[in-house]
Design a protein around this ligand. Sequence first.
Ligand SMILES: *[C@@H]1O[C@H](CO)[C@@H](O)[C@H](O)[C@H]1NC(C)=O
Ligand SMILES: *[C@@H]1O[C@H](CO)[C@@H](O)[C@H](O)[C@H]1NC(C)=O
Ligand SMILES: *[C@@H]1O[C@H](CO)[C@@H](O)[C@H](O)[C@H]1NC(C)=O
Ligand SMILES: *[C@@H]1O[C@H](CO)[C@@H](O)[C@H](O)[C@H]1NC(C)=O
Ligand SMILES: *[C@@H]1O[C@H](CO)[C@@H](O)[C@H](O)[C@H]1NC(C)=O
Length: 498
Amino acid sequence: MAAASKASMDDGVPSVKVKPGRCTFVHVFVALTFIAVPCMLLYAPRFSLPTPRRGAAGFVGQRVGVVDAEEAHGGGGPVVVLDNQVGSPCASMRNHTICCDRSDYHSDVCFMAGDVRTDPATLSLLLFSPAADEQQVERIRPYTRKWDAFITQTIHEVTLRAARHHPAAAHHCDVRHAAPAFVMTAGGYSHNLFHAFNDGFLPAWLTSQHLRRRVVLAVVGYNQRWAGRFGELVAGLSASAHQIIDLVNDNRTHCFPGAIVGTRYHDYLAVDPARLRDNKTILDFHDFLAAAYGPRSQTKLDRTAGRRPRVGIVSRRGRRVVENEAAVARLAASVGFDVSVINTGTIINGVTAPPPLSALYASVAACDALVGVHGADLTAFLFLRPGAAALVQVAPLGISLLSRNLFGVPAARMRLRYEQYDVVGNESSLSRKYPPGHVVVADPATARREQGSKEWDLVEYVYLRGQNVSLDLGRFRETLATVHSCLMQQRWLSLPAV
Ligand SMILES: *[C@@H]1O[C@H](CO)[C@@H](O)[C@H](O)[C@H]1NC(C)=O
Ligand SMILES: *[C@@H]1O[C@H](CO)[C@@H](O)[C@H](O)[C@H]1NC(C)=O
Ligand SMILES: *[C@@H]1O[C@H](CO)[C@@H](O)[C@H](O)[C@H]1NC(C)=O
Ligand SMILES: *[C@@H]1O[C@H](CO)[C@@H](O)[C@H](O)[C@H]1NC(C)=O
Ligand SMILES: *[C@@H]1O[C@H](CO)[C@@H](O)[C@H](O)[C@H]1NC(C)=O
């Protein structure tokens, strides 16, 4: 997975340890509340937008974002809050200004408050104001991997400029929008599920959720495939998703009362509540996903007391395949699970077609546990019920820490029971490729270190792309049994059937 290539930077760094061994789900009560409340109530904002407030400035419908206390108290003029980040230099910007926060390692993000118009010929957003500082020009590639020059150069660069308004000028509005523009990219590594969420939709959500869908998506690198595959998420982000703007190809002048260009980024599949004014967490992002996919999916959670918990086995093709998957499925059944095999792609004419995300959501949300080998498809753990479900990640040789950092730590933050099954030498297909005792199999940590600056090549071509696994059924049974007994301790599973 392309992802990972860059994840290598972090791979050597020890990170938060997920507590092993305890048989409790963290904050089960919170989780039960989540489950008990019907989606429609939780996600009401999707269906009934808050009416724009009539502001001190005396206009209706142009209000962008939340209005700061300063304005309410008649302070020094209107203050517009497009930026939801705690302590950001852009958190309380004046009208008619452009503010960029370039302090983060992962991404730049810019905000424009006031009369914003697109300039299709130059892929620019112009901020018109009577007293514009025409010197101010900002350029930004709206993606969350600014340290990754290779991919960042493929992202369209958007120019933001302050401009004097000449009433006679050609910048009349072809389309007027009542909500601010939110510029994001459909490009980057969005063909990969991990990246689509980690670099794209999760950052987009945490940057704009406080506006409660009152944004107009203006997308660079727009393509039908992206819009089709992620249609539910796009609709979850913007109430006017039906008029998503293809910023590069649309030759009309669109006008907005403000703009957000680019997205914040917190960590691998992470929402850091301490950085958000409204303290949102990854559980809120899970709710966003449930609202996006839940109503349309056919998820029927079986709450029958005494039922067997359901495990979904993520079935990969090509690389990092579980060679004895059928035996693993039988093993899971013998441990006491109902088993679903979740296919991550149907091969049509040699091309792997992923299942629609709503279908993936439905099959994963119906599971109490998800089991799979490290890979982008495991991003579907986001669809599991927080506090009530488990993730078992099989980590192939050589990528144990990477696996833990990319999925284990985020799963624990989502209050899932997390188990990592680290493959040993004789379970890896690499043991057939290398002579007995070879360092690549016997001691991957040393093998990686010995590569020096070429370490990532070994990881990518050998450990990630060159390896299948065959699980030791005796040892894997213990992992499954642990998860099973934890799940059985939950209320509706453990009560005797009536
Ligand atoms: C910001 O300026 C625009 C353009 O002059 C104006 O229409 C809008 O009402 C102002 N916004 C606020 C919040 O005062
Ligand atoms: C945009 O392009 C189309 C087709 O090329 C043309 O008919 C239309 O007039 C253009 N609109 C503007 C606002 O330039
Ligand atoms: C967010 O958390 C801080 C610190 O705990 C608290 O002071 C603040 O009121 C919280 N804000 C919201 C909107 O819950
Ligand atoms: C595989 O290796 C483990 C320990 O590394 C050992 O306990 C197990 O018996 C081995 N299995 C086989 C089939 O050789
Ligand atoms: C892994 O298994 C897949 C599917 O059976 C196969 O196509 C691939 O060549 C195998 N890879 C290795 C490294 O054994």
